[in-house]
Design a binder for this molecule. Structure first.
Ligand code: WT7
Length: 657
């Protein structure tokens, strides 16, 4: 809990922002929501589920007879794509804009619910013609363009299971994930626009499938976005627009069991192997839709909602591809980076589309803060009425800036805590109800039960830091780790029997508001992206120069944490490249190739030894002290206590970007 002592100081935050009474009066979420959930949790969730269209109604809300394997609404039948699309068209809202697409070069497209439904039906027919059946896995590796949403919706519509892989992952990571899920089809694009230029994606797919790897893949469906030159494998590769052009736009959505698998999303754990988090249908959509509507106060007819997350992350699943569409929202999706052509881009988008609800990450907010208010100040942001934050704790300074500069000094900020595993928001203030406190995620949502426990499972009272646990099952909870039920049990359910352990430290303050204190395991959070120390270490040691590696997440002003790697080099290998080789760059490039640019270490420190306990476990805590430039803490459990002096003295050997 490295951030603990810093957050300690913030826990005495005494700024409070009571809800505006007019906002409160019109808010979707009313205080009765808490009472209803309190009175009867399961019937509360049943009522949320009944907001959806069920082909066959459920009769049982929760089956928890075989923990930790929950079944929600399990005898009900539902089609998720029907809920996100057809039903809005049938209700007469086909002309409502579903997607305001803004391409990075400045091109834009409006896609109505009717048109999106038509595209998804065509894509569903194409998938079926390609032999994709219910239960089959489909990998999606795409930029943020409307076709990415069409692809996810179409896969879900036919009961197949998508695995979206973020475009910032390398060919190597892509192929591991395709192999693990045994995907039958890959949907990709030639490339997308990033930082002012076309950035290729298809070559990574070609490489991932090369040399007999990923033999499960029969076809690659390719959207032409940039029209850059791409290699083409006849018989395997299929042009998306040609295929959709020929496909029928008639497709009747079939019902699936509520517990039918919906998607796998890989996330980093404490070992080198990413976990394929499995989500299912009915419970997932119930909580995604309920939270999206209540936490963001969505008034679908008036609001323009924009979540800046990429579909490669869980936020892009629950709060771009599913929740907003289930609620019939009009949303912006933007392809590119915030600084292209300059740091005003996001604010020009807010002005252009009249965005009223904005959901983004603290790391982005801090970057904007650093660049200065002159960028947002050039634009009319007066349409903004709700702001959201996700991915890491938002420091009170960034919170205040966000509210003042982006939210016009009045927009409520909802700091939403959740995880890939939880599927949807779990902890958040409710706008119009909660008196806001900068930096705190405040309260579990109605329907969610949590406790903060000490290591022995004792419940901790206000003012005591401990482990965040969720004590009752919730509808959008993960149903497992793909192909690894044992790891599912061990990782989340073994520390406290029958209780979900989230991996985060937390604390209730004197007022009973919850503060997140960061991860308590070897998982890092860089720009709101989750990275595993072990995964980067194994990438580093796969390079011939590296004998041993230890990776830590060091505090970083903008990105929250930054990847800092300590490496012991193999002198014999180094001699072959000469003494002036830029080892640091070589190793950073190597990690980029193995995992992707998001995992590229900020700093490589070359050391002679690593601090280890007598049982051989690397003491990352001490390395974090060095990486964060603090006096090194207690070293008494080290096998060799002189190691830290040597390492601390060697920091000069480190190199950064
Ligand atoms: C981890 C989950 C949930 C979508 C984005 C990340 C951290 C997330 C907050 C928040 C403090 C937060 C936690 C969590 N986290 N939201 N509002 N305040 N910390 O999803 O990649 O699964 O990461 O992100 O440490 O465990 P993820």
């Amino acid at each position: 809990m490295s951030a603990d002592h810093e957050i300690e100081n913030l826990l005495h935050e005494d700024r409070h922002f009571a809800p505006d009474s007019e906002f409160a009066r019109q808010a979707i979420a009313q205080p009765a929501l808490y009472q209803q959930a309190q009175a009867d949790r399961l019937s509360f969730w049943a009522n949320q589920a009944k907001e959806l269209h069920w082909h066959k109604p459920f009769t049982q809300v929760l089956d928890w007879t075989n923990p930790p394997f929950a079944r929600w609404f399990h005898d009900g039948e539902i089609n998720i794509s029907y809920n996100c699309l057809d039903r809005h068209v049938e209700a007469g809202n086909g002309d409502r804009v579903a997607l305001y697409f803004e391409g990075e070069p400045g091109d834009s497209r409006e896609v109505t619910y009717a048109e999106l439904t038509r595209q998804v039906k065509k894509a569903a027919n194409v998938l079926t013609e390609l032999g994709v059946k219910a239960g089959d896995r489909v990998a999606i590796y795409m930029p943020m363009i409307p076709e990415a949403i069409v692809a996810m919706q179409a896969v879900a519509r036919i009961g197949a299971v998508h695995s979206v892989i973020f475009g910032g992952f390398s060919a190597e990571s892509l192929s591991t994930r395709i192999e693990d899920a045994q995907a039958k089809l890959v949907i990709t694009a030639d490339g997308g626009y990033r930082k002012g230029k076309a950035s290729a994606l298809k070559p990574a797919v070609d490489e991932a499938l090369s040399g007999g790897k990923c033999a499960s893949v029969k076809n690659v469906l390719v959207v032409k976005r940039t029209n850059q030159d791409v290699a083409w494998v006849e018989g395997r590769d299929i042009d998306w627009s040609l295929a959709l052009g020929e496909a029928s736009d008639e497709h009747v959505a079939q019902p699936f069991h509520a517990e039918h698998p919906l998607f796998i999303l890989y996330t980093s754990g404490t070992t080198g192997k990413p976990k394929g988090i499995l989500h299912t249908t009915g419970g997932y959509l119930t909580q995604a839709a309920y939270t999206h509507k209540n936490v963001f106060d969505l008034h679908a007819e008036q609001d323009v909602y924009w979540c800046t997350a990429d579909i490669g992350w869980i936020t892009g699943h629950s709060y771009v591809a599913y929740g907003p569409l289930a609620n019939g929202a009009s949303q912006v999706i933007y392809e590119g980076t915030p600084e292209t052509p300059d740091w005003g881009r996001w604010w020009s988008i807010v002005q252009k589309y009249g965005v009223s609800i904005l959901y983004t990450a603290p790391t982005a907010i801090r970057s904007f803060m650093k660049m200065g208010s002159q960028f947002p100040n050039q634009y009319n942001l007066s349409t903004i009425r709700v702001l959201g934050s996700v991915g890491e704790p938002i420091n009170p300074e960034a919170w205040m800036w966000y509210r003042k500069v982006i939210g016009g000094g009045h927009a409520p900020i909802v700091d939403t805590w959740w995880q890939t595993e939880t599927g949807a928001i779990m902890i958040s203030p409710l706008p119009g109800i909660t008196t806001l406190k900068p930096g705190s995620a405040q309260l579990p949502l109605p329907g969610i039960e949590l406790k903060i426990l000490d290591d022995d499972g004792n419940v901790l009272g206000n003012g005591h830091a401990g482990l965040l646990t969720i004590t009752e099952p919730w509808p959008s909870m993960l149903r497992g780790i793909w192909g690894d039920p044992e790891r599912f049990q061990d990782t989340y359910w073994s520390k406290f029997d029958g209780i979900y352990f989230a991996g985060d430290g937390a604390k209730f303050d004197e007022d009973g508001d919850l503060w997140l204190l960061g991860r308590v395991d070897d998982v890092m959070n860089v720009s709101g992206h989750r990275l595993s120390t072990a995964e980067i270490e194994s990438a580093l040691v796969s390079h011939p120069f590296v004998a041993e590696a230890a990776v830590v997440g060091a505090k970083d002003e903008t990105t929250g944490q930054a990847v800092v790697a300590f490496v012991i080099l193999r002198q014999s290998q180094l001699e072959s490249v000469g003494s002036d080789a830029d080892v640091s760059k070589i190793l950073r490039d190597h990690v980029t190739k193995e995992i992707g640019p998001i995992a590229r270490p900020r700093t490589i420190m070359v050391v002679g030894e690593l601090p280890k306990t007598r049982s051989g476990k690397i003491m990352r805590r001490l390395l974090r002290d060095v990486a964060e430039d603090r006096p090194v803490g207690d070293v008494t459990t080290l096998a060799d206590t002189s190691v830290m002096d040597i390492i601390s003295g060697k920091i000069a050997g480190g190199a950064s970007d």
